[in-house]
Design a protein around this ligand. Structure first.
Ligand SMILES: NC(=O)C[C@H](N)C(=O)O
Length: 334
């Protein structure tokens, strides 16, 4: 039997009513006790490392999850992390960058309804996550509502529905129905881990990162403030990559000033699907003449944590750009 470690971090999946709203209370053993059938699937152990609503997740707690997996790596065949859904996509992406060249499976899961409730989705999501972790496919994944999603592509797009997550700009890795896994072969190919490179924990991060969502009428001088306080700025531009450049609304000039001041600028889009291409419109080509990083079709969760990792690891803009624009576990299409 495969040995699996369930690492509990809180979230709705572990919640019960506290009298002033849902609050995480179940520990790992408490979760596992409500899904006793798991004992027939694998040799399972549980460990509680925090018990928070994932609203309170932060990069240092993400490092704690990565460190826990790293410390227990040789004692288990695979790992399941139970986590709140609200920031699950950030954590699954962060683990993808921190657990470099991982050769085992990590599956992050949670639920929309607390595990003790009658119509909970928690038990199915936990058993699907464990079912997939047993497969031994290297990488970081999200298991939710019968979908297995690449950890760098998972996005929560629904606040109430059990079908809360979508895989953005990438097909689901697999689907699970009644415990039976159906793989998407195309996706498995892009997830290949380089077997020659050693497994490594990378936790140097810089959190001086900001996201600016453009909107018609945004005041360009917000970028003056960012220039003084941040090392990396992600601009959520319009459509396929447009940055306003007209006289009374000149974001482009402000972006040039950011770059001149040594701030790393990443251009992405506020559209959910299909990514950017700065070559198509004049308003895109103008920005592309500068030393900006292109987020391609990466989702914003992955872009934020990848930029934090890039800034933590490298000082030189060419190295940061190369790291950011190079695919890691299928986070960006080439
Ligand atoms: N469904 C959930 O898990 C939502 C919860 N607020 C959390 O992210 O911890």
């Amino acid at each position: 039997m495969k040995k699996i470690l369930l690492i509990a971090t809180g979230g709705t999946i572990a919640c019960s009513e506290s009298g002033h709203g849902l609050s995480p209370s179940f520990d790992a053993e408490g979760l596992l006790a409500l899904v006793p059938e798991i004992k027939d699937m694998c040799d399972i152990s549980g460990m509680l490392i925090m018990n928070i609503d994932s609203t309170n997740m932060n990069p240092h707690l993400m490092i704690k999850i990565a460190e826990t997996i790293y410390a227990n790596y040789h004692d288990y065949d695979g790992f399941v992390v139970t986590h709140g859904t609200d920031t699950m996509g950030y954590t699954s992406a962060a683990l993808s960058y921190m657990l470099q060249n991982i050769k085992k499976t990590v599956v992050v899961t949670g639920s929309q309804i607390a595990i003790g409730e009658l119509y909970t989705d928690a038990k199915k999501n936990i058993s699907d996550a464990i079912r997939f972790a047993i497969e031994g496919i290297p990488g970081i994944f999200v298991a939710f509502d019968g979908k297995i999603i690449n950890g760098t592509r998972a996005k929560k797009i629904r606040t109430r529905n059990m079908n809360a997550f979508e895989s953005i700009n990438c097909a689901n890795v697999a689907e699970i129905k009644l415990g039976k896994i159906t793989f998407s072969k195309d996706v498995c190919n892009i997830l290949k881990v380089d077997a020659s490179k050693p497994f490594n924990l990378q936790t140097s991060i810089c959190t001086d990162v900001m996201v600016v969502k453009l909107f018609p009428g945004i005041k360009p001088d917000i970028l003056d403030f960012l220039k003084e306080h941040y090392k990396g700025v992600i601009i959520e531009s319009f459509g396929i990559g447009g940055i306003p450049c007209q006289e009374n609304n000149d974001i482009l000039t402000k972006v040039k000033e950011l770059i001149a001041a040594g701030v790393v600028v990443v251009i992405t889009t506020q559209c959910l699907e299909e990514g950017i291409d700065l070559g198509i419109y004049e308003v895109g080509q103008e920005i592309a003449k500068n030393a900006v990083i292109c987020a391609g079709d990466m989702n914003i969760e992955a872009s934020i944590v990848k930029l934090m990792c890039a800034l933590g690891k490298f000082k030189n803009i060419d190295d940061i750009k190369y790291y950011f624009e190079t695919p890691v576990l299928g986070d960006i299409s080439v």
